[in-house]
Write a protein that binds this ligand. Structure first.
Ligand SMILES: Cc1ncc(COP(=O)(O)O)c(C=O)c1O
Length: 398
């Protein structure tokens, strides 16, 4: 099989030249210029750590919040810089007071780590977890809206809603869901792990109680950079996972929310300092505006999925307009072995070890089978997915 062409843009990343990297969705990938800029910040820290943390960092972090706020359209004072979406979800769920009379609503397509957090909090507080079953394959967004809204009762206190689901790659009708749920008095925790840099977001307009998004995925910022947006009326009830000086520092014209989230102890904050650079320079590096990058990636994944499905004679499990930059496809693999979500799938390993293709394959229970999830980022080339399709034709015969 002919090794596929690579997109010339790949030169901007450190990705292994031998690997066909089709999994931006799991951990992102950071361009070389961004890593260099992060190193520049680390040097500034070590030149004089006291000066850095006391004088330089507050301004750098403010600039980071301003850059994010401009991107996702919100007040920069409503943003907290955090390390990842998992901690964003934990921060909210572990701050709120749940009781035996409360219900927490979560779709069955939610990311397992977030599901675990919901279960943990529910066990501790006596709250009940209501799992909403969303079918997959799925024909349209209306089905999701109906299923979720049918699960709401007068006890529903919070709903965890994804922007884009991780195992199934569905773009949820999250704007409409937030609107309907918040209108009914249900707080929405929007899991936008796949959010900033992937799909347009206007947080003021969306109006969710809480939104968390990873900058290290689709914005291509360094690992450990994410944000949590908390609506002003709820900021008093949300505290960082780490309680520090901010709890008692005099307010001095700012909010407790600001103080608490702005300092949670000494740590490497270089990933956040780089965010304004990431937003302005990646766009210049690839010669596209961010809106164009998002459209480009969306178009590439649609084209890639179409090609793979046609080649493997698979019916696409959701319409194109429910895709973002990731797409999940159920493999026609008759003789599949039931696998746990905690174990690497043997097809995933075969694709990586025999063909140098880095793409996730996992077990999904309903309908039971093996699913592959492709990602499309600016450094990918359609030929890489064509190659994957040809390889899958062989692998799935076994
Ligand atoms: C929907 C969803 N939520 C949360 C996460 C967790 O992200 P992180 O590992 O950066 O905390 C992921 C990661 O892939 C995800 O896909």
């Amino acid at each position: 099989m002919k090794i596929p062409n690579k997109n010339p843009m790949i030169r901007f990343w450190n990705l292994d030249e031998e690997t066909i990297f089709l999994n931006h969705g799991s951990y992102g990938a950071t361009p070389k210029i961004v890593l260099d800029e992060q190193n520049r910040w680390r040097k500034i820290v070590e030149k004089d750590p006291v000066k850095f943390y006391e004088d330089i960092a507050p301004k750098a972090l403010l600039d980071a919040r301003k850059a994010i706020a401009d991107f996702v359209k919100c007040d920069y004072d409503d943003l907290a810089l955090i390390e990842n979406a998992t901690s964003g979800v934990n921060t909210v769920l572990r701050s709120l007071d749940f009781s035996i009379n409360d219900e927490i609503l979560i779709p069955n397509h939610a990311y397992q780590a977030c599901r675990n957090t919901v279960d943990y909090v529910a066990k501790k507080t006596g709250a009940k977890v209501i799992t909403c079953d969303i079918p997959f394959p799925i024909d349209n967004e209306q089905i999701i809206i109906e299923r979720i809204m049918n699960c709401v009762t007068e006890r529903t206190k919070l709903a965890l809603i994804d922007t884009v689901t991780s195992p199934t790659g569905i773009k949820m009708p999250f704007e409409e869901l937030v609107n309907l749920l918040e209108e009914k008095g249900v707080m929405v925790l929007l899991d936008a792990a796949h959010g900033i840099g992937m799909i347009p977001l206007n947080l003021e307009k969306i109006g969710a109680s809480f939104t968390t998004s990873n900058c290290h995925k689709w914005l291509c910022a360094p690992k450990g950079s994410a944000f949590l947006h908390v609506r002003k009326d709820l900021q008093k009830s949300i505290h960082p996972l780490t309680i520090s000086h901010g709890m008692t520092i005099p307010l001095d014209g700012t909010s407790r929310f600001r103080h608490e989230f702005d300092w949670t102890g000494t740590r490497d904050i270089s990933a956040w300092c780089v965010i304004p650079f990431v937003i302005s320079e990646i766009s210049k590096m690839v010669g596209m505006k961010w809106e164009e990058i998002m459209v480009h990636n969306n178009n590439l994944v649609i084209e890639a999925r179409k090609y793979i499905c046609k080649k493997l004679d698979i019916i696409p499990p959701c319409p194109d307009d429910m895709l973002s930059s990731i797409a999940t496809i159920k493999l026609n693999f008759e003789d599949f072995t039931k696998l746990s979500i905690h174990e690497p799938d043997s097809i995933h390993l075969e694709l990586l070890e025999e063909y140098n293709i880095q793409v996730p394959v996992w077990y999904w229970p309903n309908p039971e089978g093996r699913y592959i999830r492709i990602s499309a980022q600016i450094y990918n080339h359609l030929d890489e997915y064509k190659y994957l399709a040809s390889v899958l034709e062989n692998v799935c015969k076994n």
